[in-house]
Write a protein that binds this ligand. Structure first.
Ligand SMILES: Cc1cc2nc3c(=O)[nH]c(=O)nc-3n(C[C@H](O)[C@H](O)[C@H](O)COP(=O)(O)OP(=O)(O)OC[C@H]3O[C@@H](n4cnc5c(N)ncnc54)[C@H](O)[C@@H]3O)c2cc1C
Length: 385
């Protein structure tokens, strides 16, 4: 007798096991859903990203019981954020609010793995080294599952109540479902970042100079992530004349930052981000949804992608549990729209020192409103009706 193997079934298959995917898995699994998460990458691997978390993210990590693990792993507390407009310095101490009295910037290798471990402990299944190579559709074009390629090269079909693309900017799930871009940013920065040892933890230090921005982000193992951002054209030109190194960019465009890091030593090869325009993508349809960068990307200069990914994981998981995924993109866009617009203005790098301060003032108001909602004040994170 020939036996036909039935495809496996999960309530949700999530493609991408980093901050957006692992957080969504954690929240769905805690609601009793049967969840499978797949990722090309290996657990605990790094990715191209600095990792400054804002208060909204810290509130959520604490609420989910994950923050203590990050702290026990040696993630230093950030107790001050300083804005340096040329040589003018504005220090903002992190006051206790919403049960959080410090910010944190865990390395992605730690943050993503910690979220995945928490989701795994709740019952979500993780398959690493595994790619999603296509989607399964029913006759009405509703997504009903995925095709996967295991590390052995074997392919498999897995059925799901919903397929969630948490697979980043180049989202394969978005491509497979034909998700359209509903809004695109007009500006992008390019940046080079490197990890340095020997810098004291004075908190987040955000530097601004004509046509450039930079910063110092204290992180694990006594290291600081130091970045310099310029316009993509400026970086491309520097590359042609051999002045695109981390050190040369900072020396040329951010002299105050150069003074601040004098004597510190880079410990890893610098990473270059050539630039990428922000967007909103259509983020839900029959049997599918997108979360994190797969559905919404804003320029990294406002350091908010992870904070937004965690927020949207909660908004999406809530919509899935309530059976109203269609409401999720509207809610997500309402929470993100103004932030996206201000980020685009900041990423233009064409502001005067007075203008960038005004942008920051507006940004701060929007961030505060988001944090209050995440903390359940002034209206909790909106719920799908
Ligand atoms: C230079 C730079 C600096 C940044 N700095 C900050 C910052 O300081 N603070 C901040 O909050 N945000 C920052 N961001 C933004 C942040 O990196 C992103 O918002 C965040 O990584 C989004 O997480 P994600 O889980 O949505 O996607 P990703 O982190 O991109 O993860 C997607 C995962 O999907 C997997 N995947 C993709 N396709 C498939 C497939 N077909 N099958 C299986 N797996 C697949 C990939 O292997 C990957 O592991 C920065 C971004 C950049 C580029």
């Amino acid at each position: 007798m020939i036996k036909t193997l039935q495809p496996q079934y999960y309530d949700a298959v999530i493609v991408g096991a980093r901050c957006a995917g692992a957080a969504t898995a954690l929240l769905l699994a805690r609601q009793g859903a049967r969840v499978l998460v797949v990722d090309h990458d290996q657990p605990g691997s790094d990715t191209m990203s600095t990792h400054a978390l804002m208060r909204g993210a810290v509130i959520q990590l604490k609420k989910w019981g994950v923050l203590d693990t990050l702290i026990r792993a040696g993630t230093p507390a950030i107790r001050r954020t300083s804005f340096l407009y040329g040589d003018q310095v504005f220090d903002v101490d992190i006051k206790p609010e919403h049960g959080v009295d410090a910010l944190y910037a865990p390395r992605r290798s730690l943050l993503d793995a910690t979220l995945a471990e928490a989701a795994g402990a709740t019952g979500a299944e993780f398959r690493y080294g595994t790619g999603c190579t296509g989607l399964l559709f029913d006759e009405a074009r509703r997504v009903r599952g995925v095709t996967l390629r295991a590390p052995s090269g074997a392919t498999e079909e897995v059925c799901a109540g919903i397929v969630i693309g948490a697979d980043g900017r180049r989202s394969a799930v978005a491509r497979y479902v034909g998700a359209t871009v509903s809004r695109q940013a007009t500006n992008s920065i390019a940046c080079v970042y490197a990890y340095m040892s020997g810098l004291p933890n004075h908190g987040y230090r955000w530097h601004f100079a004509p046509g450039a921005a930079g910063g110092i982000i204290p992180t694990n193992e006594g290291l600081s992530c130091v970045f310099a951002a310029v316009a993509p054209g400026v970086l491309a030109e520097a590359r042609t004349n051999g002045t695109a190194s981390h050190e040369a960019l900072i020396a040329r465009h951010l002299p105050v930052l150069a003074d601040e890091i004098a004597g510190a030593a880079p410990v890893e090869r610098p990473v270059t981000f050539p630039g990428s325009y922000g967007y909103f993508r259509q983020s839900a349809g029959p049997g599918w949804a997108l979360v994190g960068d797969a559905g919404y990307f804003r320029d990294p200069l406002t350091a908010h992608g992870i904070t937004d990914a965690l927020r949207d994981a909660e908004v999406l998981a809530d919509a899935v549990v309530r059976g109203n995924v269609g409401a999720y993109p509207t809610l997500r866009d309402a929470l993100s729209s103004e932030f996206f617009e201000i980020t685009d203005q900041i990423a233009a790098l064409d502001w005067s020192m007075e203008e960038i301060q005004r942008h920051h003032y507006r940004l701060n108001k929007v961030m505060k409103a988001n944090q209050d909602r995440i903390a359940g004040i002034g209206g909790a994170l909106p719920r799908a009706a």
